[in-house]
Design a protein around this ligand. Structure first.
Ligand code: PLP
Length: 409
């Protein structure tokens, strides 16, 4: 399985929508064939339309708040010794996470398609919060599907969605987390696709949703490559880009512009949710060699039992608590371009504690998984190695969990 150079990874699928011949595709009911085809035609047209790109760039800059800072974590670096640790503070975006990029693009598309309603899924609440913000900005009505367990553990983001006028539909089926929210949202779209635009909150789902999301979050690495060159004069010989992986949208966006560099020079490290230390459950299909299956319209590595039934996952981080993973990451794994590992709940909490002790940074539980890996490997490396962690979300939403587990927030 090979990645082609000079072609965006989102475009390296075959005519049936599969990356590497086996990941992705369009496993959708008959009723969605036409809406998915229409959306594909519209998006492929819009992404080449200079006026649309100008509009996207305008809202990214003047509303979403790009570019975000790229800073050195000097205290953490000095404390750990070894490699330099840098971060891209994507959590500085309007609303506090990268999900604003995908939500903005989806609402701009919805407007071009003449839709008045948008619907979306959410786990950590950021995808929902951002869709509610963009919907409000562009005059669209918004309905968000969210697992009942996540509604309880991510209250600040739910409050924000309601404040923005969005309706939250609680999902009580299955594990009452992200996987069930995505399923319910897709079910809703099947019956309402004539009036409603659907925003999938990560690089998952049928092929076109993976593409729209990846195209949107690539903004992160477009900025980062310029910032790194400005800082170091060139791309360092040993650069490690570490990102948490749930559905995979922040990591894909963080890596995209560096795709054609040799992996020895620019290594991609994806960190999945290992779950509680003493639990058999996890949300790490790539790390744990899960088998291939179909989830949410797409072929991918997915946590499943020996009968092929999708298994429930467990993680302290609602945004990573998902049984599947983007087809793009399955492709990156099989092509050997990215390395995937996992961090337990406990390691993520320890990382949060250490980062906030030494730095004025407040990474949510999702990027705290990525920081756990950075903290693990930095001391074994030399100072000419540059580690950059995507701090893709703010921990404000996690304040109740952090208070409970660490005694303070
Ligand atoms: C802050 C944050 N980071 C990471 C994720 C994981 O999603 P993805 O892998 O698509 O970036 C989420 C998902 O909700 C999130 O809110």
């Amino acid at each position: 399985m090979k990645i082609k150079k000079g072609i965006l990874l989102i475009d390296q699928h075959d005519k049936n929508g599969f990356w590497g011949g086996k990941f992705g595709g369009n496993f959708i009911p008959e009723t969605l064939k036409k809406p998915v085809e229409d959306l594909t035609i519209l998006f492929e047209k819009l992404r080449k339309d200079k006026k649309f790109i100008k509009e996207r760039d305008y809202y990214f800059k003047n509303w979403a708040g790009t570019p975000t800072p790229f800073i050195k974590l000097e205290n953490l670096t000095n404390h750990l010794g070894g490699a330099q640790i840098w971060t891209k503070v994507v959590s500085d975006l309007n609303g506090g996470a990268h999900k604003i990029l995908n939500a903005t693009v989806h609402c701009l598309i919805a407007k071009r398609a003449g839709r008045k309603y948008v619907t979306g899924d959410t786990g950590a609440g950021y995808a929902g919060k951002m869709l509610s913000m963009a919907a409000k900005k562009f005059g669209l009505k918004c309905k968000i599907f969210m697992g009942a367990k996540d509604i309880k553990r991510q209250k600040p983001n739910c409050d924000a969605m309601r404040k923005n006028g969005a309706e939250i539909v609680p999902v009580y089926s299955g594990s009452q987390t992200l996987i069930d929210a995505v399923s319910e949202c897709m079910r809703y779209w099947v019956s309402n696709c004539d009036t409603t635009h659907m925003c999938v909150g990560s690089t998952v789902g049928p092929n076109i949703f993976i593409k729209i999301c990846g195209w949107s979050t690539s903004q992160i690495s477009k900025e980062l490559i310029v910032q790194i060159k400005n800082e170091f004069g060139e791309i360092p010989n040993k650069l490690k880009l570490i990102n948490c992986v749930g559905g995979g949208s922040s990591s894909y966006g963080f890596w995209n512009e560096f795709m054609d560099y040799n992996k020895k020079q620019v290594e991609f490290i994806g960190v999945e949710a290992g779950g509680p230390r003493n639990s058999k459950k996890h949300a790490a299909p790539l790390t744990n060699n899960s088998k291939i299956g179909v989830l949410h319209g797409s072929m991918q590595y997915v946590v499943q039992n020996s009968d092929g039934q999708i298994e429930e996952t467990e993680s302290i981080s609602a945004g990573l608590d998902y049984s599947g993973v983007s087809a793009l990451h399955c492709f990156l794994k099989d092509a050997g371009r990215a390395r995937y590992t996992s961090a337990t709940d406990e390691k993520a909490l320890e990382a949060y504690k250490l980062v906030t002790k030494y730095e004025n940074l407040n990474p949510s539980l999702e990027p705290s998984h990525a920081f756990a890996e950075a903290i693990k490997i930095a001391p074994r490396l030399t100072p000419d190695t540059v580690i950059c962690v995507n701090s893709c979300g703010d921990a404000q939403k996690d304040r109740d969990i952090l208070k409970k587990r660490l005694g303070k927030y």
